[in-house]
Each structure stands twice: as structure tokens, then as C-alpha cells.
Design a protein around this ligand. Structure first.
Ligand code: BES
Ligand code: ZN
Length: 638
């Protein structure tokens, strides 16, 4: 079957290069201009080229070398695939010849699902609007009329672009002019002066990797790693640029260098990051040369850089070796997830790899469970899509996690990383620049181990239940997987404690007393814990004096804590009877409370006592006064 998401005649004629001439209109919220397709004809005497579009307005179509404009019609809109644009070709075109078709058009708003126009109030700086695109999986057709074979992942195209905008404009390509390291917006007034930006993408890419962004954006380069011919840096709004640079400057180049070690040299020349506004719908998107990331990665502690590692890994698995169509999407995400975690192992430790697999497995089981009721087809790794079915309906953790576990299972079945890593290199080298199906991947795997691995490796591969992994449904993996759990232990122990602690209904008063006394044998709890403890178990207002006493002892264990005065006030109020009109004259209760409060604030204990002295029995008075140094010390102390 052909690509299930296109109406174009890509098997008869296909794009090899295209040029864009666009201007961005922030007032109208449209991109206007033209696209020129350089097409190669595969079938002689073809009468039309059919392109996919979605809610675009076509103004004029022209074919290079023709004196009149070309005839065209726009078909009825399909709810997923959009409207087919039929363009009549000149008679007599022969297979192998080329034809250049220019379409003048503009995008629409609302309607174009590839673009989001952000009002200035929704940006970080609040001074300028912001525009960004998201083409994966099938939204490029709303940004540019494009053709099945070029639109689908299976064929890759080079492109160049001329973009005019009043705000700095970025594309998924190499900037030709003005230079990125020059003054922002070529030194002109941002938001007012129009500047024309030129871009070139010399490496053929699938159309889902086309991207554009424009806003008040500036650039800061990461330190150029030694001996590398690629550059890397980050784009963000001016108010975020320093934080963004700090967040990513250590790991981006370090991980990309490690990635090159296990695969091959980076081929796109530039690996830049762009920090998007908060409405960006993904964690990251691996647009060619320019990975888009959510601003939620800017945590100030570099803990979420795994998303950047994931996107850079797509430079090989996805942008380099591409899935042929939506059915094989798992080749992109499964391989990327597997390699991303391998890098964690190489740069951190094997325990880190296990930790990430463990975290992923929760998502996998949740998603498998979700599809158990809705659509078991989407539990499969390789999915048969119906014509016109939306690949976004199948988007879940399954291709990522089932895919990564499948590769991990193959790695282990073959005997581990020493045996597997040379194969990974060969896989990338063999298919770099191409688009492949799951079957092509599997054939190469068998061919590689037949050649380099010998009999036992081929037998090992044959022992794998391929059907179960690729086409199996259900809520578990075909093989139960074990991961290095070292890093998970602490969290597991803590979770177990919380789980056990959640319910005190079967706790007797004696249990709670023992619990509160035991707590006093440890270091004082942090204030937030004390507050929570008091609320959760109803200790703060327990009518049981035995419990109340112990709770205040726990709360006042650290006399210097931020809330000790507050708890001291509450405890005093309780013992003098401020709460229920009943003084706690029993010395078992009043003496320890006065003593504990005295340790927090001497005057507070003494003053309260003086105020309520008459409520206490003379025997108690004597002892409390000794406890809180009333007779001898009061006068001197203050
Ligand atoms: N290419 C995907 C995002 C995507 C997939 C967009 C399919 C549209 C259709 C990207 O690489 C990705 O996987 N992002 C993840 C990152 C995470 C797995 C580290 C995300 O956004 O959550
Ligand atoms: Zn991904």
C-alpha cells in the first residue's frame, strides 16, 4: 500500500527540491508568498500533478517556461488529508524530465494546524508576538502545498527559503544571511523594520521536519567543542536567553560528541535549540538543525536535559534514518529512546539507563491499558493504518517504550553491548539519508549478524518472537524485562513508607503515642512535616491529652525551628485551658509543655504562667516554677 495519509500522485511525479519566498504578516496572522517545486517526472505523458493542502488560499499557479498561468482545481476537503490541489501539466512531459511549478498562496487563520500565532501577552517579554510551526506528523500541508511523496517521510527534499519578517525569523535549515552571531535582526528595529532572512537546507529532509519560528529571539552560542565542524547554541527571547544558555550549555555539546562516537559524525552542520512559548504542545521536536523545546525545561538545575538528548538522537534515528511512513513510526521513537538511554549509561552509569527504562515502563503500561478498551490496534508496534486515518490518533508511549524495550531485548539476546554497538554503527551508516520500513531494518539486522556474528548470533535472532513484538497486542511486553534498579531503591522505600503511613484508622491511641515518642528519638522533623503530620492524623486538635502532649513535644523538639513560637503559643493555650476552659493541671501534661516552651522562649513561658498561675495546684506551682526558673531567675533574665 502507498502512504495512507496523502491524496497526491507521488508515484508518478515527485519533488526533489523546493524554494520558499514568504513574508510573515503578524497583523493578519498569515504567511503569504510562494513555493516553487522542482519535480521529477516518473511517468511519461502525465497530465497533472496533485499536491496535498489544508486550508490554504491559492492565488496563482505558474509552470516554468509556460506563457500562461497553469489551470488548477482544489478538491473537496477530506477531514484528515485535506484538499487535493490538481495542477494541469503541459502536454508531452517524458519520464525522467524535470518541471518547475510555482504556487502563489497564503495560509489561513484559524485553519492552519501547523502554525500557532501567539499574542504578545502570552510571550515571556510581552512586547512582541511570536509564531511557530509544528509539522509532524501531517500538518506541513497547511503551511505549504506539498506532495505526497515529498510530504510523507519516505522521500526527502532539500530546500531554500527567503523569509521577510519584522521579527527575527528562524527555519529548520542553515542560515545564509544575516549571520546568526551578528546583531539580532541585523541591527534593525525589532518589531518595526522588515528584514529578509535567507536559509538553505542542503541535506535532504522529510517534510515533517520543516519548521519556522519568528519572534523577539536572540542567539547565544555554546562553547565550540574542539575538532568539531558543527556549531551549537540556543535561541530564546532576550529575557530567557541567559537561563536557557546555562541550562543546556554543558550537556548539549557533550552528549552530541558522545552520540557521534557511537554512530557517525553529525551531518547537519548546526545543532541549535529554540525555547518556545509555554503553549508549545511537546517536550521537544527534532526539526532539522533547530530542535524546538518547551520552556518547562528551564528548571535552573539541568535536570531535564534528557529531552535535549532525545531530540539530538533523532538527528540519526529519524532525521537521518527515517521511518518510511506512519506504520513504522516506532523505528524513529523506539530507536531514539533506546539510544538516548544508552547515552545516559555511557555518560553517567548503567544504573541511569535502568532508571529511565523504569520511569518509561509506567507510561507504557498506562498507555497499553488505555488502548485495551479503546483500540487494541494501537497497542502494536507496527500499525496498519487505514487510508485517511490520522496518525495522531495512535500517538502514545507505545512506539517509544515498546520500541526501546524491543531493541534492548535484541541487544541482550545477542549478548550485550560489546556485540551490539558495532551493529548500531553499521545500521546508521547503511541507512543514513534513506527512509526504511520495519522489514528493511530487520533484513539488515539478520544480514549483519550472518556476516559478522556467526551461527549462534543468527540462532539467537531467530529465537526472538518477532510477531509478538511487532504485532502483539495486550497490556504486557512479550518478554518481561528487568532493569537495573539501584537508583530506584530509595524512592521505592520512601513510597512504601508513605503508603503504609496513609491510614491510621487501625492505629490505637497507644500506637499513636508510641509512634510520636519514637519520632522524638530521631532528629527533629522539618516544619512542613510537622504541619502535615498534625493535619493528617488530626493531632493538632486531638481531644486526647496523651496524644496532644506528644504532638507538641514533636513540634517543639527543635526550639529554633521556624514555627516553634507558633507551636509554643498553641501548646501554652492548650495547657492553660484557653481552648476548652479546662486547665491541664495534671503535672504529666503541664510540666513538659512549660519546659518545652521555656526552651523556645523563656519569657513566653514565664509570662503565660504568671497570668494563669492561680489555676494551678500549689504542688504543681512549685514544680513548674522550678522548671521555668521563676523564683530565682526571672528578674535578672529579662
Ligand atoms: N518527534 C517527537 C514529537 C512528535 C511525535 C510530534 C509525533 C508529533 C508527532 C519528539 O521527538 C518527542 O518524542 N518528544 C517527546 C520527548 C520525550 C520523549 C523526551 C515529548 O515531547 O514528550
Ligand atoms: Zn522523539
Amino acid at each position: 500500500m502507498g502512504d495512507p495519509t496523502t491524496q497526491s500522485n507521488y508515484q508518478q511525479i515527485s519533488t526533489k527540491h523546493f524554494s520558499l519566498d514568504w513574508s510573515i504578516d503578524f497583523h493578519e496572522k498569515v504567511i503569504k508568498g510562494s513555493i516553487t517545486h522542482e519535480l521529477t517526472v516518473h511517468k511519461s505523458d502525465l497530465d497533472e500533478v496533485i499536491l496535498d493542502t489544508w486550508d490554504v488560499v491559492i492565488k496563482r499557479v505558474h509552470i516554468d517556461g509556460e506563457s500562461c498561468d497553469a489551470q488548477y482545481t482544489l478538491g473537496e476537503k477530506h477531514e484528515v488529508m485535506g484538499s487535493a490541489l490538481h495542477i494541469t501539466l503541459p502536454a508531452g512531459l517524458q519520464a525522467g524530465s524535470s518541471v518547475k511549478v510555482t504556487i502563489e498562496y497564503h495560509t489561513t487563520e484559524p485553519g492552519c494546524k501547523a502554525l500557532q500565532w501567539i499574542d504578545k501577552a502570552q510571550t515571556h517579554g510581552k512586547t512582541h508576538p511570536y509564531l511557530f510551526s509544528q509539522c509532524q506528523p501531517i500538518y506541513a500541508r497547511g503551511l505549504l502545498p506539498c506532495q505526497g511523496k515529498f510530504h510523507t517521510p519516505s522521500v526527502k527534499t532539500t530546500y531554500e527559503a527567503k523569509i521577510t519578517s519584522a521579527l527575527p525569523a528562524l527555519m529548520s535549515a542553515i542560515r545564509v544571511s544575516p549571520p546568526p552571531e551578528g546583531p539580532a535582526h541585523d541591527g534593525r528595529i525589532i518589531g518595526q523594520d522588515e528584514v529578509t532572512y535567507l536559509y538553505n537546507q542542503p541535506v535532504p529532509i522529510p517534510s515533517y521536519l520543516i519548521a519556522i519560528a519568528s519572534g523577539n529571539l536572540c542567539y547565544r552560542a555554546f562553547e565550540q567543542p574542539k575538532g568539531k565542524d558543527w556549531t551549537s547554541g540556543v535561541w530564546a527571547e532576550p529575557g530567557l536567553i541567559d537561563d536557557a544558555w546555562w541550562e543546556f550549555k554543558e550537556d548539549t555539546t557533550r552528549f552530541l560528541a558522545a552520540e557521534e562516537e557511537i554512530t557517525m559524525p553529525y551531518q547537519f552542520g548546526v545543532f541549535d535549540l529554540l525555547v518556545l512559548p509555554p503553549s508549545f504542545p511537546y517536550g521537544g521536536m527534532e526539526n532539522a538543525c533547530l530542535t524546538f523545546v518547551t520552556p518547562t525545561l528551564l528548571t535552573g538545575d539541568r535536570t531535564l536535559v534528557d529531552v535535549v538528548v532525545h531530540e539530538m538522537t533523532h538527528s540519526y534515528f529519524g532525521n537521518g534514518v527515517t521511518h518510511a511512513d506512519a506504520s513504522h513510526f516506532w523505528l524513529n521513537e523506539g530507536w531514539t529512546t533506546y539510544i538516548e538511554r544508552l547515552l545516559q549509561q555511557i555518560l553517567h552509569s548503567p544504573a541511569h539507563r535502568g532508571f529511565y527504562f523504569l520511569i518509561g515502563s509506567k507510561m507504557l503500561y498506562d498507555d497499553l491499558q488505555f488502548y485495551e478498551q479503546r483500540n487494541k490496534k494501537y497497542q502494536k508496534l507496527q500499525i496498519e493504518f487505514e487510508r485517511g486515518e490520522n496518525p495522531d490518533d495512535a500517538y502514545s508511549g507505545v512506539p517509544y517504550e515498546k520500541g526501546a524495550n524491543f531493541i534492548l531485548h535484541i541487544e541482550r539476546t545477542l549478548g550485550g553491548l560489546d556485540v551490539f554497538l558495532p551493529y548500531v554503527k553499521d545500521y546508521v551508516k547503511t541507512f543514513m539519508g534513506k527512509s526504511i520500513t520495519t522489514e528493511q531494518w530487520r533484513e539488515h539486522l539478520f544480514a549483519y549478524y550472518t556476516k559478522y556474528g556467526g551461527e549462534d548470533k543468527v540462532e539467537a535472532l531467530k529465537s526472538i518472537d518477532w510477531d509478538a513484538w511487532l504485532f502483539g497486542t495486550g497490556v504486557t511486553l512479550p518478554v518481561p524485562m528487568e532493569y537495573d534498579m539501584t537508583l530506584a531503591q530509595r524512592s521505592y522505600t520512601l513510597a512504601e513508607k508513605w503508603s503504609k503511613a496513609k491510614n491510621t484508622s487501625e492505629f490505637s491511641v497507644a500506637d499513636i503515642i508510641v509512634f510520636l515518642e519514637r519520632l522524638q528519638s530521631f532528629d527533629p522533623l522539618p516544619v512542613a512535616h510537622v504541619d502535615h503530620l498534625g493535619d493528617l492524623y488530626g493531632l493538632v486538635n486531638s481531644p486526647n491529652a496523651e496524644i496532644r502532649l506528644r504532638f507538641y513535644q514533636v513540634a517543639l523538639l527543635d526550639p529554633k525551628s521556624a514555627k516553634s513560637e507558633q507551636y509554643a503559643t498553641a501548646a501554652l493555650n492548650w495547657v492553660v485551658g484557653g481552648e476548652d476552659g479546662m486547665v491541664k493541671g495534671r503535672m504529666k501534661f503541664c510540666r513538659p509543655i512549660f519546659r518545652a516552651v521555656f526552651a523556645v522562649n523563656k519569657a513566653m513561658a514565664q509570662d503565660k504562667y504568671q497570668e494563669h498561675k492561680s489555676s494551678y495546684h500549689p504542688i504543681a506551682r512549685d514544680l513548674i516554677e522550678q522548671d521555668i526558673e521563676i523564683t530565682k531567675a526571672r528578674g535578672n533574665d529579662v
